[in-house]
Design a protein. Structure first.
Length: 550
């Protein structure tokens, strides 16, 4: 749970976008365009129908001509190129009219009772315009240009779970087809991808009779852009059960794969080798520039070493000249010591593809409610002992130095956006960060002053300021993973580490490049199948797409 190690976790079969897409393929969801009424300027209405095995959803989107004024990915923006809503049930004229009126109001607006997610997106102006011009002229867009960003539009907001009056996710229940964590938001992101491709083709037809559609390989290569920042730090700390459930599922899947008894003739060795080579090619072709993290060229170099070791295993049945019962476990241990963390974690993520059924079952069980509850009958003695055992790192963190509380977490007055600033520069800010280290040290100090057998309920009557951390410790007692081992207020804490955990590992975003150690940009559904592929159930590994060349 060290932040720098969490940041190295790579997208895998258990990442929510990939798990959702694999389920869509297995169940052959039907995604179709119901209405595409957009004029040559880009103004109009688009409606998609999404039919699952048990339910129907609708995606209502309003296209706008790009505005050069007030156009931003931030919540304080006043103009977006697309605003939309993902609703339960088929789109009615009432739903469409309400969304048209309410979406532009944003925080002053109110969703219909069947709305799950409100979303916003902007074009990548240069790439979108270049692609539009190429298609209108009867040609395919330049691959080198597309590969610079890998998307036509970028997500600038996926809001649900009660925001704007959308339906709360706990109310959906486990039987709901989008009842899993973040599934409604990330299905919406996929529909953004499809909308961006449909829109550029539609506008090209408006411009020219000789316009051509995107080549299917290019269309699959394109994803949807995504940007994230400090708000994800709050998510990690406020959803510890979800974080712990997901990490434990991933670790169990990796353990199952590492425990496979393989010899050189096993087809799974060759399958793993092909996956590693695919990932290496993907990294070689990556044009993004990374500031904090290892470059893709460096990761590709390490993956070539992985490929060499797998060739030896395939041809001789040995690892490093030695025959072993669990060769993948031996390799994983070696790679953890010798390779960069991103390369080692890529290998672990690819191992999961060797146990697909087990991994998919584990992914389906990932869950975690937001609530934490006090166990009132526990004694102060037992609670203090529990904290000493599970949070030794927090109790041993020096919170007396000036650097321990160097920074404060707050929301900006102008935009309601999360900020992290020097405490002496914003002395009146309300600290919204979770002070695990300082809070637990104070809690233990007060517990030690009580009678050992005093119930926690009595303790909290005297010290109500400890109620949240007490409930959190008690609720998470049986989880192996839940809290990053970091003082987030300290000078040496790097926010981008936990942002990348959410984006790369949990969401499944590729090419996660960082800016200023706190902002992250990447690509969702990079290489994902299209609606025709999903309808046909064309399963297979689609991640790590190579650049589509003629």
């Amino acid at each position: 749970m060290q932040p720098e190690r969490l940041a190295a976790i790579q997208p895998s079969r258990l990442s929510i976008t990939r798990a959702l897409m694999n389920r869509m393929l297995r169940e052959r969801w039907d995604i179709s365009v119901q209405r595409f009424e957009v004029d040559a300027t880009g103004e109009g209405t688009v409606i998609y129908s999404i039919r699952t095995l048990r339910q129907e959803f609708s995606f209502i989107a309003f296209s706008r001509p790009p505005s050069r004024k007030a156009r931003t990915g931030r919540i304080i923006g006043q103009a977006w190129d697309m605003m939309g809503t993902l609703n339960e049930g088929p789109a009615t004229e009432g739903d469409i009219a309400s969304a048209r009126e309410e979406l532009p109001k944003l925080y002053r607006g109110r969703a219909t009772p069947n709305a799950l997610v409100w979303c916003r997106a902007n074009r990548s102006m240069r790439i979108f315009d270049q692609t539009l011009a190429a298609l209108a002229s009867g040609k395919q867009p330049d691959i080198d240009g597309l590969a610079e960003v890998c998307y036509l539009m970028r997500n600038t907001g996926l809001d649900g779970n009660g925001t704007f009056g959308t339906r709360s996710f706990p109310s959906l229940g486990t039987d709901h087809d989008l009842g899993g964590p973040l599934q409604a938001q990330l299905l919406t992101a996929y529909l953004m991808r499809e909308y961006s491709c449909d829109l550029v083709e539609h506008l090209a037809r408006h411009q020219s009779e000789k316009a051509v559609p995107l080549d299917p390989a290019i269309r699959r290569y394109l994803g949807v852009g995504n940007g994230s920042a400090l708000g994800l730090i709050f998510f990690v700390h406020r959803h510890p059960k979800l974080i712990g459930s997901w990490i434990e599922a991933r670790e169990r899947a990796i353990a199952l794969a590492r425990g496979l008894e393989l010899d050189g003739g096993d087809v799974r060795v060759d399958m793993l080798l092909q996956l590693v080579r695919r990932a290496a090619t993907f990294r070689r072709q990556d044009r993004m520039v990374y500031e904090t993290f290892a470059s893709s060229a460096e990761v590709a170099d390490d993956l070539e070493k992985v490929a060499v070791a797998l060739v030896e295993l395939r041809e001789t049945g040995m690892v490093g000249g030695t025959r072993t019962r669990y060769p993948l476990d031996t390799l994983a241990n070696w790679f953890a010591e010798e390779l960069r963390p991103e390369a080692s974690e890529t290998f672990l993520s690819l191992l999961i593809e060797l146990v697909p059924d087990e991994a998919d079952a584990l992914a389906a069980r990932v869950a975690g409610t937001d609530e934490v509850n006090v166990s009132p009958a526990q004694t102060c003695q037992d609670l203090a002992q529990e904290i000493r055992q599970q949070y030794r790192w927090a109790l041993e963190t020096d919170m007396s130095s000036p650097e321990a509380y160097r920074y404060v977490w707050y929301k900006s007055e102008s935009a309601e956006e999360p900020r992290r600033g020097a405490r002496d520069e914003v002395p009146d800010a309300l600290d919204l960060g979770l002070d695990v280290c300082g809070g637990l040290q104070a809690l233990v100090a007060d517990l030690e002053e009580q009678e050992p057998l005093l119930p926690v309920s009595r303790f909290l009557m005297k010290h109500p300021e400890h109620r949240y951390l007490t409930a959190r410790v008690q609720t998470l007692a049986d989880l192996v993973y839940h809290t990053p081992t970091a003082n987030i207020n300290a000078e040496d804490f790097t926010p981008i580490h936990l942002v990348r955990l959410m984006n790369a590992g949990i969401h499944g975003i590729d090419k996660t490049r960082d800016f200023l150690r706190r902002n992250l940009r990447g690509v969702l559904y990079h290489g994902a199948p299209g609606p025709d592929d999903i309808r046909a159930g064309r399963e297979g590994v689609w991640a790590y797409p190579a650049e589509p060349r003629p």
